[in-house]
Design a protein around this ligand. Structure first.
Ligand code: NAX
Length: 331
């Protein structure tokens, strides 16, 4: 039998946490034969709710779940974890300045970085979900210098999956037959959902999405804004932000990172830029990646047309600005 993997979920008493922890305990994240021990962290005002989630995990009698740690102590939460899913953060409240929200999250991610660095298992893989996801991940990287930078990522898989969903609906094809969309850049409304290399499996072989959609005007405008604005559309409809889709995509992110992407398929992940595609090095930026043996690699050599270039640069500019704002909060 496999040794249990310890998975940390921060902000576990929140709404994404509530959708995410049962998925992890059912094997959605790490596979149906991988036992897990859940570490759940939240802050003291949420301690009672967190304990309620723990009670429900016990009540669900998940065969793969070998233990639950529910705590408000960051060190206890981080000790020995192999995977860290960082969902906890400070939400932007009405009337709050961007700088104030950034400052709160910088201090959270700074201290949680130190706790992970000191207490997590060697080679712990981290995905930051909490917004501003890319910049929180960058802060985490800065303050956990002994964690390899390749182990620190942020979630843009939800945006990636939203793009697959939009193409599937438009063409009336199975979402599992659509692949290789790309989310470039920030997990924000400046992200660039790119279909220039995306394909659909058809009885006549793989066909480019552009060839099947036959409507470049839609692909270059409405499709892009629909994906960019999908989070806001969910809030408007549900009066709450995306939770089940966010949780599901966080499982996809870790699943593919650990277990690999299928041959010929890539996914989008926010990773530390090495300057690929002329994206400034030193930002956490969403790229197309393939994964093998627990490591991601940026897909190289894709053609970037002029339209795309502008969009890659625009979202990079926003991330550089966020980075500067985050650093200004440190002093
Ligand atoms: P909730 O407000 O329901 O839950 C957040 C939880 O984090 C709360 O229980 C809170 O007590 C806890 N928390 C706050 N500070 C903490 C700290 N220092 N340590 C540990 N826990 C802490 O928000 P929810 O809807 O679950 O969303 C969580 C985060 O995900 C938000 O930042 C949200 O903006 C972000 N999202 C990111 C997405 C992505 O694709 N990257 C999509 C969904 C979501 O909007």
């Amino acid at each position: 039998a496999k040794e249990p993997v310890r998975v940390l979920v921060t902000g576990a008493a929140g709404q994404i946490g509530y959708a995410l922890v049962p998925m992890i305990a059912r094997g959605v994240m790490l596979g149906p034969d991988q036992p897990v021990i859940l570490h759940m962290l939240d802050i003291p005002p949420a301690a009672e709710a967190l304990n309620g989630v723990k009670m429900e995990l016990v009540d669900a009698a998940f065969p793969l779940l070998k233990g639950v740690v529910a705590t408000t102590d960051v060190v206890e939460a981080c000790t020995g974890v192999n995977i860290a899913v960082m969902v906890g953060g400070f939400p932007r409240k009405e009337g709050m300045e961007r700088k104030d929200v950034m400052s709160k999250n910088v201090s959270i991610y700074k201290s949680q970085a130190s706790a992970l660095e000191k207490h997590a298992a060697a080679n712990c893989k981290v995905v930051v979900v909490a917004n501003p996801a890319n910049t929180n991940a960058l802060i985490l990287k800065e303050f956990a210098p002994s964690i390899p930078e390749k182990n620190i990522t942020c979630l843009t898989r939800l945006d990636h999956n939203r793009a697959l969903g939009q193409i599937s609906e438009r063409l009336n094809v199975q979402v599992s037959d659509v692949k290789n969309v790309i989310i470039w850049g920030n997990h924000s409304s400046t992200q660039y959902p790119d279909v220039n290399h995306a394909t659909v499996k058809t009885p006549a072989g793989e066909k480019p999405v552009r060839e099947l959609v036959k409507d470049d005007a839609w692909l270059n405008a409405e499709f892009i804004t629909t994906v960019q604005q999908r989070g806001a559309a969910i809030i408007k409809a549900r009066k709450l932000s995306s939770a089940l889709s966010a949780a599901s995509s966080a499982c996809d992110h870790i699943h593919d990172w650990v277990l690999g992407t299928p041959e010929g398929t890539w996914v989008s992940m926010g990773v530390y830029s090495d300057g690929s595609y002329n994206v400034p090095a030193g930002l956490i930026y969403s790229f197309p990646v393939t994964c093998q043996n627990g490591e991601w690699k940026i897909v190289q050599g894709l053609g970037i047309d002029e339209f795309s270039r502008k969009k890659l640069d625009l979202t990079a500019d926003e991330l550089s600005e966020e980075k500067a704002l985050a650093y200004s909060c440190l002093t």
